[in-house]
Design a binder for this molecule. Sequence first.
Ligand SMILES: C=C(O[C@@H]1C=C(C(=O)O)C=C[C@H]1O)C(=O)O
Length: 395
Amino acid sequence: MSEGPLSIATDLPASAPWCGPASPGAFRLHTPSERLDAVGCLARLPSGPTDTLGARVDAFFAARRSGPPLLVGALPFDPHADDALYQPERVGAAAPGSRDDGACLRPSAAVAEPSEADYAAAVSRCVARLDTADAPHGLHKVVLARSLRVEAAAPVDPQRLAARLGEDASVTTYVMPLPVAAGEAPAWLVGATPELLVSRRGTAVVSHPLAGSARRWREPARDAAAARALLASGKDHEEHHHVVEAILDTLAPLCSRLHAPVAPSLHATRTMWHLGTRIEGTLKDPRVSSAHLAGLLHPTPAVCGTPRLPALEAIRALEPVDRGFYAGAVGWSDADGDGEWHVSIRCARVQGRVLRLFAGAGIVAGSEPALEVDETAGKFRAMLDALGIDDLRTA
Ligand SMILES: C=C(O[C@@H]1C=C(C(=O)O)C=C[C@H]1O)C(=O)O
């Protein structure tokens, strides 16, 4: 192991559960087409805010002396907060545990924080803050989230939970060991996202934002009607348009070619319909890395709102629970600048027996509080199904 600023973090003990040689905290990122598993931690990237990510990753690979030419990790939602990336010891899955699957996942209690009524009230207050004809150029969209605190009967195994989430072949499942204070139990971010923030392979760049959503139904006719209504919804197209516009504006100066279809298409997971747009570009400068691109794009209006800073302020004022690494990004970057960053939604922070689930919805002028409560309930469904919670009675 090399000495110097980029070897094992000095601000965390070497045994810190999220990043140490003996770390059981295996990283997982399984997309519909590729699998990345990594174990252990050789070195931690000095943490920092999102806008310095590209420079920190470049410096890391310029100085690296041994180990896999790879960084894996997570960006928090708040672009001013510290991220968590590290160089794994080895790429490949850890040996499977011997835990009893069922006992790990049986939940015993769930508490909505905020309550559905308080979330609906926050949506109303948010709508009142949005741009109006009388006050143009203000806030156009804010993504407001709520959370569920679930207690399981026994400690939850993050890898088993991710495997259950992966029964939906349309999503990207992930497990990321999270930074915790000294002496705290290990914690993970575990989820199943349908949304690609950005990927870069050579000069080829892809982003696949989703915004505008409807929950799915078991009965085929009702499910098809929900999809048709989403495709016809002006409010959802507006939510979507803000995201595509922001991503195109960010990528345009960096690309010699940039393409997005004129209208979004339907994107399905097992539990939700979304409007999605696949954006493809060619980089002018091959030295612009995936970490650099993720640092520029995050947080998009799909998880934050637009304009970005007033939307961040509204979220701070209206959400009672800190998002942490929910609505950030999970992914990897390699020494060639290639990499892939997925939006960390449809997830839970898992620590021992306690899970905190998050779900958010885009609020624009005309959003109705009760419908946003329902949409976020739909977005919890994938995780609740994986936990075996059919009928959610929150305290
Ligand atoms: C914020 C979430 O999802 C995001 C918000 C969406 C929307 O408002 O329609 C759709 C997909 C995601 O970009 C979430 O799942 O928690």
